[in-house]
Design a protein around this ligand. Structure first.
Ligand code: TRP
Length: 340
């Protein structure tokens, strides 16, 4: 590999109350772990995005640390990747301001996630931060001059905006940012809610349909047992007529590494109950070491914070160079005494 620069990857995830769920893992985080082999990865817990909707300060602090512990337990390796907390790297917000002045009100107004989320509070109750959320996300990416961004399908439009802003900046101020590509995992990893298999697994739906990584496997087994299945008895993947069973097969296949066709064969002539029982065991095998490792990490918060401080220091070296370059290009007077 000598002499060949690895592609640079950046991704972010919001700190989550309680724990990440199987949809987060199979939809995105599994890819984060895999990319460490082939890319120079920056992974960021986006606590500043987390305050665009109402929040509780003590919970945010706790959730940020607990998210870091889970990412490490899932296999993010601080020796190979740069893992850090967004607010520890002020360069994101510095670049974000410049990008806000490059972005147009109209294009930000077209973001569908903003339209969805702002509906809850209405225009009068929504924060300006919620409106500029996608611009901060663009800054997260561009401040590292990232080539690739592993994200879920719902972030496609934000990536397009990021590319548009990068193109506009480059056009006006000279080549500065590579245009980042979205890395969206193949359909296999689309995990649906156990109770409403027509909807993506999400912690904003009732908990019975969501498998949290830190849940006791007994609780998870119960959720799987009560998962909505479909009419008929055959265990076959058919997303249109059997979305519930298909989802269970997808999860099994993704965690056990068994092709779904092989699972269909194995469960031929057996009922949904057998599939659910086996799936519960597969999930328990997967989460047990992760739960244990997360707990160990949380038992030593000083060490966790040391890992995050080290990540932030490394991130700032890269982000600082970009902000210096951008500041110069847009005409900010350098503070006297600053290194050229
Ligand atoms: N908006 C992303 C999400 O909800 C999280 C995020 C923030 C992100 N900044 C990012 C993802 C930068 C990728 C790159 O999933």
């Amino acid at each position: 590999m000598a002499g060949v620069a690895l592609p640079r990857v950046l991704s972010g995830i919001q700190p989550t109350a309680g724990s990440f769920h199987l949809g987060n893992y199979l939809g995105a985080l599994r890819q984060w772990v895999a990319l460490q082999e082939t890319a120079q990865a920056f992974y960021c817990i986006v606590d500043q995005h987390a305050i665009t909707l109402d929040w509780d300060p003590a919970e945010l602090r706790h959730d940020t640390l607990a998210s870091a512990a889970q990412l490490l337990a899932l296999g993010v390796d601080p020796a190979r990747s740069t893992l850090f907390v967004q607010s520890h790297v002020p360069e994101h917000v510095q670049l974000s301001w410049v990008l806000e002045c490059i972005a147009r009100f109209g294009e930000a107004s077209r973001m569908t996630q903003f339209k969805d989320k702002s509906q809850r509070e209405g225009a009068a109750g929504s924060s300006v931060g919620l409106f500029t959320y996608p611009v901060l996300m663009a800054a997260d990416i561009l401040v590292y001059r990232a080539d690739q961004v592993p994200v879920g399908d719902d972030q496609r439009q934000h990536l397009e905006l990021t590319r548009d802003l990068a193109t506009r900046f480059n056009g006006r101020f000279g080549d500065t940012f590579p245009l980042p590509e979205a890395l969206i995992p193949e359909g296999a990893a689309r995990i649906m809610d156990l109770q409403s298999p027509d909807r993506k697994m999400s912690k904003s739906l009732p908990p019975a349909g969501c498998v949290f990584l830190l849940d006791d496997p007994k609780v998870t087994a119960k959720k799987i047992r009560s998962a909505v299945t479909d009419t008929g008895r055959e265990v076959v993947a058919d997303p249109v007529h059997k979305p519930g069973v298909t989802n269970l097969l997808t999860i099994h296949g993704a965690l056990s590494g068994t092709p779904v066709a092989e699972l269909e064969e194995r469960f031929a002539g057996r009922g949904y109950g057998d599939l659910k029982k086996e799936l519960a065991a597969v999930v328990a095998d997967f989460v047990t070491p992760i739960r244990q490792r997360t707990q160990e990490l949380l038992d030593d918060p000083a060490e966790l914070q040391r890992i995050l401080a080290d990540g932030a220091a490394r991130a700032r070296q890269v982000a600082g160079r970009t902000v210096a370059d951008v500041s110069d290009k847009v005409g900010f007077l350098p503070p006297a005494g600053a290194r050229a």
